[in-house]
Every structure is written in C-alpha cells, then in structure tokens.
Design a protein around this ligand. Structure first.
Ligand code: IDP
Length: 240
C-alpha cells in the first residue's frame, strides 16, 4: 500500500553520454531520437549556460519518455554534477515523475587507440560543422581538446576486480558516483561499431531492461531513415 501511495505517475529516462569528442555521441543519440515522437535529444553545445541546458532537460520530460542528454561527461565529477543538477532543477518545476538515469559509455574497452584514430578522422572531416569545435579554422585546438579529454577520461569502473565491462551493467555493480545509473550501456568505437550499430545495441539493451519503453522491434527502413537524418545534421548554434 505504501508503494501504491508513493508510486509515481510516470517513469522517464534520462539517457546521458560518456565519451570524448568524435565518438559519435550526437549522431547515435539523434538516430535513436529520430525513431519515436516521444524520444528527444538535447545537446549541451546548443545552450549558452547550465541553467538553460537543465531547464530544457526538465521541460522535455513533460512530453517525452526518453531524453538523450548529449554532453561529454568524461569525468566522474561531471557525471555526478549532471545527475545532481537534474534532481535540483526537477524539484522546482517537474510534477510527479520518476527519473531513471541510463549511461551510454562509449569507452567499453580499456584500449583507446582505435577509438582515438576514428575520432580524430571524424573531427577533421567534420571541420567547422560543430557548435564549438572548429577543426577547419583551428585544427591544433580541436586535436588538443581530443587529446586532453582522452587523457582525463575516467572510465566507469566495476566494483568487482574484473576489468572488462559487460555490454550492460547495473549501477549497483559500479563504483562511486556511477552507481546513480539504473543501467549503464557500454559501447565500443571501432570499425565494427559505427554509430548505427551502436544505436542498435542501445535500443536492444533498452528493450531487454525496460520492455515497456522499447516494446517493438524497429524495421530496417526506419533505422535507415533515422540514420540518414542524423548524418545530414548540421548545427546552427554557435557556442563561444
Ligand atoms: P560527437 O558528438 O561524439 O562529437 P558526432 O558529431 O556524432 O560525434 O560525429 C562526429 C562526426 O563523425 C560527424 O561529422 C558525424 O557525421 C560523423 N559520424 C558519426 N558517426 C559516423 C559513422 O558511423 N560513420 C561515419 N561518420 C560518422
């Protein structure tokens, strides 16, 4: 009865990325958000400050069941800041919903080498076609950002001794602040794991863990259409 009394009207999913630039965060999140009208995607790079970013996330939960939150979150502290800011901001304006956090860790493997090569190629190819990383105008700066974020990257760690991260694990299996995730999905960035494959892995894991959320298999044509739209994306906002 207590459970009934305290039960929320709706569960929403805050699906946030953990990656360095060029891993395909934006593309992967966009592919998934393109599949359903009540799934959406919010990029930190489209907002001038944290208040605007978090306000948009909270507002998005009113009409969406899944909000992909696209930010690097490559350090444990940033992930903690995201989760705690969302709970602060929701307190003032969001009615009774339960927010579950799902992490998308693009660095499943300990070996960053191939992922870094791919990210570098993509960043250079993307050129100035990004809100803040302008690889055509200032290549040195763009590559320094990649190097610095990769160096400082704090991979989620299991509590148990084993080093290999499974494709999916529960927050209770993770160390420290990462235990705030209900589910962590671990992805690779390599020649076999381009953004479409990663989006499909994420969808499959959401289906396994939250069947009510992703109840139907997605047909091939829908994947292709969602992918093509995501790959054609060009940002319009300039972030200083
Ligand atoms: P990021 O958000 O992690 O920085 P994105 O902007 O999604 O990464 O991707 C970086 C660049 O690589 C973009 O120009 C994007 O179109 C391209 N890209 C992303 N995924 C793929 C892929 O699977 N194959 C080829 N190019 C991709």
């Amino acid at each position: 009865r207590l459970e009934l009394l305290l039960s929320s009207t709706r569960t929403v999913y805050c699906v946030s990325t953990i990656a360095f630039p060029g891993c395909g965060k934006t593309t992967t999140c966009m592919i998934l958000a393109n599949l359903f009208s009540n799934w959406t995607h919010i990029q930190n790079d489209n907002f001038p400050n944290a208040k605007a970013f978090y306000t948009e996330i909270i507002n998005s939960f009113l009409e969406n069941d899944v909000v992909f939150v696209d930010r690097m979150n490559y350090r444990l502290n940033y992930r903690h800041e995201l989760v705690s800011s969302i709970s602060q901001y929701r307190a003032s304006s969001l009615p009774d919903v339960e927010i579950k956090h799902v992490g998308l860790n693009f660095m499943r493997s300990n070996d960053q080498l191939r992922a870094l090569e791919i990210a570098k190629e993509r960043i250079l190819l993307r050129g100035d076609n990004h809100q803040s990383v302008k690889a055509a105008t200032s290549e040195v700066q763009a590559l320094a950002l990649l190097r610095d974020t990769a160096k400082q990257f704090e991979r989620p760690q299991l509590k148990s001794e084993e080093d290999e991260l499974p494709v999916a694990c529960l927050g209770s299996q993770l160390r420290g602040y990462d235990s705030a995730y209900t589910l962590l999905i671990n992805l690779d960035v390599d020649d076999d794991h381009l953004s479409l494959v990663n989006a499909q892995i994420i969808y499959e894991q959401l289906r396994i863990h939250f069947p009510q959320l992703a109840s139907q298999p997605v047909i091939e044509q829908s994947w292709t259409a969602a992918y093509e739209r995501a790959m054609a994306y060009k940002p319009t906002f300039e972030k200083k």
